[in-house]
Ligand binder design. Structure first.
Ligand SMILES: Cc1cc2nc3c(=O)[nH]c(=O)nc-3n(C[C@H](O)[C@H](O)[C@H](O)COP(=O)(O)O)c2cc1C
Length: 212
């Protein structure tokens, strides 16, 4: 096994180092965040630092890079208070990836990459029509991380839209059946296959497997 000290990592070429560190945390949930500004100009961006904060209330966070690097999603969320998260399926990964390009504010990534804005139940932020699993969020908190000028953006789940066939009897969402992809680093996407599901672990009882 190779052991690498941070002093060595700091000496690496910056893109090599970024690829290495970006992959270190493992496979990530990746999604497209749909927003609109005050004039209803739409915006779509790909984000993979998405994290479950809690189930009740249902809170989901993501990390937004410094405003200079990724300004539009965050400013739309701040000004309208709402956004959507849309899972990515294999048939539109390339379009999803292209949303990471630095488009001008007046250009909608929906139009540029060829994805379709969809409005559900008069929710102000656009969903991605092509996405099979998607949910609406309302802004709860933007927490600045002064260590590196990023932001933890926390939203409350308002509604969820997905095929009923992928919701298991116990409420588990079978994302592999939806074909939702996950990502590693900022340029690799993966299909998933379930290994196992387990029952609630207790110290004095053997582990039960749950049919998936
Ligand atoms: C796979 C992938 C994952 C990304 N994840 C994030 C992320 O979690 N946070 C972030 O701020 N930017 C992330 N980006 C970069 C944004 O997509 C990019 O900065 C985008 O231009 C932001 O758009 P906006 O200015 O419209 O918000 C990611 C890019 C890719 C390709």
């Amino acid at each position: 096994m190779k052991s690498i000290d941070i002093s060595e990592i700091k000496e690496w070429e910056r893109f090599y180092r970024a690829n290495f560190i970006n992959s270190l945390t493992g496979f990530k949930s990746v999604g497209l965040i749909g927003t609109a500004n005050k004039n209803n100009q739409t915006n779509l961006g790909i984000f993979s630092s998405v994290v479950h904060i809690g189930s009740d209330p249902a809170l989901i966070g993501y990390i937004n890079r410094p405003l200079k690097a990724a300004p539009h999603t965050l400013s739309n969320i701040e000004s309208t208070g709402v956004y959507t998260m849309n899972h990515i399926q294999e048939n539109f990964i390339d379009k999803a990836h292209q949303t990471s390009a630095k488009y001008a504010e007046e250009i909608s990534e929906f139009d540029s990459v060829g994805l379709t804005p969809e409005y559900i139940n008069e929710f102000r932020a656009p969903f991605v029509k092509e996405s099979i699993v998607k949910y609406a969020l309302s802004l709860e908190s933007i927490i600045p991380i002064t260590l590196n000028d990023t932001f933890l953006v926390i939203g409350k789940v308002i509604s969820v839209h997905l095929p009923s066939s992928i919701i298991g009897e116990d409420g588990f969402i079978k994302l592999d059946e939806a074909g939702s992809v996950c990502s590693n680093g900022v340029d690799a996407y993966y299909k998933t296959k379930v290994c196992n599901r387990f029952g609630y672990a207790k110290p004095d009882q053997p582990l039960k497997t749950i049919p998936s």
